[in-house]
Design a binder for this molecule. Sequence first.
Ligand code: NAI
Ligand code: 15L
Length: 261
Amino acid sequence: MARHILLTGASGTLGRMLAPRLVAHGCQVRLSDINPFPDPVPEGAAFVQADLADEGAVRRVVEGTDAIVHLGGISVEKPFRPIIEANILGLTHVFEAARAEKQRIVFASSNHTIGFYEREETLSTKDPVRPDGYYGLSKAYAEMLGRMMFDKHGLESVHMRIGSCLPKPTEARHLSTWLSHDDLERLIIAAVEADKTGHAVVWGVSANTRSWWKGDDAERIGYRPQDNAETFAPLPEEGDAITRRFQGGSFTAQDYTRDDQ
Ligand code: NAI
Ligand code: 15L
């Protein structure tokens, strides 16, 4: 894969893991984050510090690359102001810059777009979103922004609704939500290399026996997961009754005030 890729959120957990893997695929990689890159920058990569909320900085960092893997932003539930800065304003800057440069975006969406579905339900990406907080809502906005950008401008984007991307699953919920590091890499490579994607939404999940998520655009973009959380079963249940009830787990229980059910 000889492409020049911009990887945002490079200094975060998944960015640090992916940076050397993308280089190993033969990509030229531009890493970017608001925070310095904490590791030695891999040979074949370069790091540029930029705040997603700064439109000019985002334009400069996007310029000259061929595709964007957008992981940068707030990755947990927070009050709406910081979420708006990074995940709404910053994200829109990335899409506008990509539109100017005619680039595909591979975006790290999240299972928290649908966090309030009960665990007994099996979902397709066509089911209505049920965000479990401002964080999940911001990811749903990204998926809709991608839809509008494709319908109106032909800008392609692949939205990876990532479950729990960890070296290995550690709790019962992960038996359904786990995405192995290797499968995330496979998904990103498929999304970058697919001939055409249009606007695609793909569950960012491994081939888990207990997955809650089925219908999506995985086949269309050529994503074939190979790992399965079941090899780690059984695992302990975690958290309170709300956490255990909904697919979004502990995010659903944060600031949960309903008392009618
Ligand atoms: P992380 O929090 O470790 O990394 C996010 C990075 O974005 C950080 O390095 C942070 O400095 C950077 N960032 C935050 N605000 C920024 C700004 N204004 N300008 C520039 N950079 C900024 O998160 P992680 O776990 O690496 O996740 C990466 C992406 O994947 C996130 O978008 C997250 O929402 C998404 N995701 C991750 C999942 C997981 O299991 N780790 C599950 C679902 C989605
Ligand atoms: C996410 O969206 C978060 O970024 C990550 O930290 C995990 O909490 C994950 O979802 C999850 O639901 O397990």
